[in-house]
Write a protein that binds this ligand. Structure first.
Ligand code: MG
Length: 372
C-alpha cells in the first residue's frame, strides 16, 4: 500500500455572470483534484479548494514529496503532518487515503465507516442571491423558481449583503411566489448584530416552514446567539468555518444554536469531519453539512450523513439535508450524482463508487496564469 504516484488537476472556471453573498462576488470557481495511486495500482481521489497559484506550488513542492513512498494505510499520522502545513490539503489527502483503504478492503466508504443508516439523503438547493445587476431580485426569483420546478423542496438564499428593507423585500418576493411546500433557509454570512438579527422575526412570523436562520452574527458571539435563539421562532444554524469539536463546544454547551454545519473541507480530515457530526448527535442536536465548494467533498458529506443515526424519531425525515450548489459551476458535476425530488441516492460501489467526469477535467484545466 505504498504511495507511488500523485497526480494533480488544478481546474479553473470563469463565471459568465459573477454572483455572491454578503461577503462579495465570486468571479470564478476553482477545484484542485488530487489522485493518489499506490504501487499495487489502487487509487483514491481528493479535493482541495484554495487559490490555485499558491496551493499548487505548496502541494507539488512540499506535500507530494513528503507523501511519496509512505504507506497509504497510515492515514491519520500522514494527515496530521500535512494538516500542520495546509489544513485544506490535509482534508483532500484524507479523502484520497480513505478511498484507497476502502477499495483495498473491497468496501464502499460507508461500509468502511460502519454502514448506512440512510440510503438516500435530502439535499437543499443553495443559492448565491446577489449579482451586480439592477434586477438581481427578479433574477434570484427566476433561479429559485427553476429549482422548485426541478423538484427541490428545501432551499437556502442569502441575506445580509443589502439594506434590511431591501433584503426583506427580496425574501417576501420569494415567499409570495414559491409553492407553500418549499422550505427556506436564510444565510446572513455573519452580517448582523443581535438587534439587527432580531428584525427578521417580523418576516419569520408571517410565514410557515423556515429551515433555519444561518450565521446571522459572528460565530464567536456565543452569548448573543443564546439570546437570539430564545427570541426568534426559527432554528438557528452555523459553524461552517469551524474546524474541530473544541470550537463547536461553546455553541453546544450554551444552547446557542439548533443546528451545526461542519464542512468536510474545513475539518481535520474526514475522521475529524465525522467527529464534528457525531458531536451534534452527542448533544441531541441537528447537523447539516456545509459543502458549497466541490462535488467530491459533497460526496463525503453525503457518506458521513448517511452513516449518522437519525436525529429524530419522527418518521417523516430522520436525517438532515446536505447543501447542494445550484449556481453556475461545472465542478458540481465532477463526481456526478443527480438529485431526484430533492434527494440523492448514496453510491454503493467500492471506494466512492463514482468516477470523475474527464470531460470537465479536460475542459477546465488551469493554464497556470494568475487570476483575481
Ligand atoms: Mg453559510
Amino acid at each position: 500500500m505504498q504511495i507511488e504516484r500523485i497526480e494533480t488537476y488544478p481546474l479553473l472556471y470563469r463565471l459568465q455572470q459573477p454572483y455572491g453573498d454578503a461577503n462579495g462576488y465570486k468571479k470564478y470557481r476553482t477545484c484542485y483534484l488530487i489522485r493518489i495511486i499506490t504501487r499495487s495500482g489502487v487509487d483514491g481521489w481528493g479535493e482541495i479548494v484554495d487559490w490555485l497559484p499558491t496551493l499548487h506550488k505548496g502541494f507539488v513542492e512540499r506535500i507530494v514529496p513528503y507523501l511519496l513512498g509512505k504507506q497509504a494505510t497510515a492515514h491519520l499520522p500522514l494527515i496530521d503532518v500535512v494538516g500542520k502545513w495546509h489544513q485544506r490539503a490535509a482534508a483532500g489527502v484524507s479523502m484520497a487515503l480513505t478511498e484507497i483503504v476502502a477499495k483495498r478492503a473491497g468496501l464502499s466508504v460507508c461500509e468502511l465507516w460502519g454502514g448506512l443508516f440512510h440510503e438516500t439523503i435530502p439535499v437543499y438547493a443553495s443559492f448565491q442571491s446577489y449579482t451586480d445587476q439592477a434586477d438581481w431580485q427578479r433574477r434570484s426569483l427566476q433561479r429559485v423558481m427553476q429549482q422548485a420546478e426541478a423538484g427541490f423542496t428545501q432551499m437556502k438564499v442569502k441575506i445580509g449583503g443589502r439594506a434590511m428593507q431591501v433584503d426583506q423585500a427580496h425574501i417576501e418576493l420569494l415567499r409570495a411566489s414559491l409553492p407553500a411546500t418549499v422550505q427556506l433557509a436564510l444565510d446572513a454570512n455573519q452580517s448582523y448584530d443581535l438587534s439587527a438579527a432580531r428584525k427578521w422575526e417580523r418576516v419569520f412570523s408571517r410565514y410557515e416552514d423556515w429551515m433555519w436562520l444561518e450565521e446571522p452574527m459572528p460565530m464567536e458571539r456565543v452569548l448573543d446567539y443564546e439570546k437570539l435563539r430564545q427570541s426568534i421562532s426559527v432554528a438557528v444554524a452555523g459553524g461552517e468555518n469551524l474546524v474541530r469539536c473544541a470550537q463547536y463546544l461553546p455553541l453546544l454547551k450554551h444552547g446557542a444554536v439548533d443546528i451545526i454545519q461542519p464542512d468536510p473541507m474545513h475539518a481535520e480530515g474526514m475522521d475529524g469531519f465525522r467527529a464534528n457530526l457525531q458531536l451534534a448527535r452527542q448533544f441531541g442536536l441537528r447537523v447539516s453539512p456545509h459543502v458549497f465548494d466541490g462535488s467530491l467533498a459533497r460526496l463525503y458529506a453525503l457518506f458521513a450523513q448517511a452513516c449518522l443515526p437519525p436525529w429524530s424519531k419522527m418518521d417523516a425525515e430522520p436525517v438532515e439535508p446536505v447543501e447542494w450548489d445550484v449556481m453556475e459551476n461545472p465542478f458540481t458535476q465532477l463526481f456526478e450524482l443527480t438529485p431526484e425530488n430533492g434527494r440523492v441516492k448514496i453510491p454503493q460501489g467500492p471506494g466512492i463508487g463514482v468516477e470523475p467526469n474527464w470531460d470537465i477535467i479536460n475542459a477546465t484545466r488551469w493554464d497556470g496564469s494568475s487570476y483575481t
